[in-house]
Design a binder for this molecule. Structure first.
Ligand code: DO4
Ligand code: MG
Length: 288
């Protein structure tokens, strides 16, 4: 089962449902944000008693309202190594990997998230760009893990590498955050040992592949959530991407027209074509 947002033909309103074996059924909640205001036991009870079948559902990004997307960094050895290669300030990445406090950063408002099939972007002023394939955890208002998503934390290595203070510009821009279409409930899957794979194709030819496992994540999910919730409240829950364990060699950069596919077993698949520049994202608008 996946918890999904969808829109019907001839209906402007985004709705919430569950998708099982390709069939979408409605849920009586106004938003995913409202759902994440509930305890996991209550989310489960609701999701396991869906309503009518919806045969014309078009799946949307799985977050809405005040739910924010955050991300952790340098949580896998491979990320530590890649950051140390690219950065003018290599030692800070080595230190944060071992520190008690993790690196956490704001990634996206819900309305800016793109979903499977929509484009992801390279900034027009960047020269070295990569997808970051990550398992994202979906956390409710109480800090309980409700489910999992696939995340592509698109990143400019050249901008972050020039100066770590440029991290928000390297990480937060139009088309930088993609999430898979459905939340895989935490009561159905254990996220701690899942295969993660990435493939980038260019003109139909594979130009980068990688594979890892969430078992290589250095920090337990609970530790990341604990730090996220230490000094802030999330009344509409949060999505927390857990960091990348996959980074290509420094001579690889994404190009316009590439297609990125990230697969996390039991969670989902996320495929996005790559474009350059913010003008491709005027279709993203906050709901009023
Ligand atoms: O320190 C920069 C961010 C690293 C990151 O996003 C990751 O490790 O996934
Ligand atoms: Mg990342």
């Amino acid at each position: 089962m996946h918890i999904v947002r969808y829109r019907r033909d001839n209906d402007d309103i985004a709705r919430v449902g569950v998708r099982t074996d390709g069939v979408v059924r409605s849920l009586p909640v106004p938003s995913v944000a409202a759902l994440l205001g509930e305890r996991v036991a209550d989310i489960r009870a609701l999701a396991e008693s869906p309503g009518e079948v919806v045969d014309d559902a078009r799946l949307l990004a799985p977050v809405d309202g005040a739910t924010e997307v955050w991300a952790a960094g340098v949580t896998y050895l491979r990320s530590r190594q890649a950051r140390m290669e690219e950065s003018s300030e290599a030692d800070i990445y080595g230190r944060v990997y071992d520190a008690a406090r993790p690196e956490l950063f704001f990634k996206s408002a819900a309305w800016r998230v793109v979903v499977d099939g929509e484009p992801v972007a390279i900034r027009a002023d960047s020269g070295l760009d990569v997808p970051e394939p990550e398992l994202a955890i979906v956390v409710n208002r109480f800090g309980e893990i409700a489910g999992y998503l696939v995340c592509n934390d698109m990143s400019s290595r050249s901008i972050e590498g020039e100066n770590p203070l440029y991290l928000p510009q390297a990480k937060v821009y139009a088309g930088a955050c993609a999430l898979s279409a459905g939340i895989r409930p935490a009561w159905e899957v254990d996220g701690t040992d899942l295969p993660v794979a990435v493939r980038v194709t260019r003109d139909g030819v594979t130009v980068w592949t990688g594979a890892t496992s969430t078992a290589r994540l250095k920090r337990p999910f609970a530790e990341l959530v604990d730090h996220l919730f230490r000094a802030d409240n999330f009344p509409a829950g949060a999505v927390l991407s857990t960091g990348t364990g996959l980074a290509p060699a420094m001579d690889f950069t994404l190009r316009e027209g590439d297609v990125v596919t990230i697969t996390i077993d039991e969670v989902g698949e996320l495929t996005n074509p790559v474009v350059v520049g913010r003008e491709h994202f005027t279709f993203l608008r906050p709901s009023v």
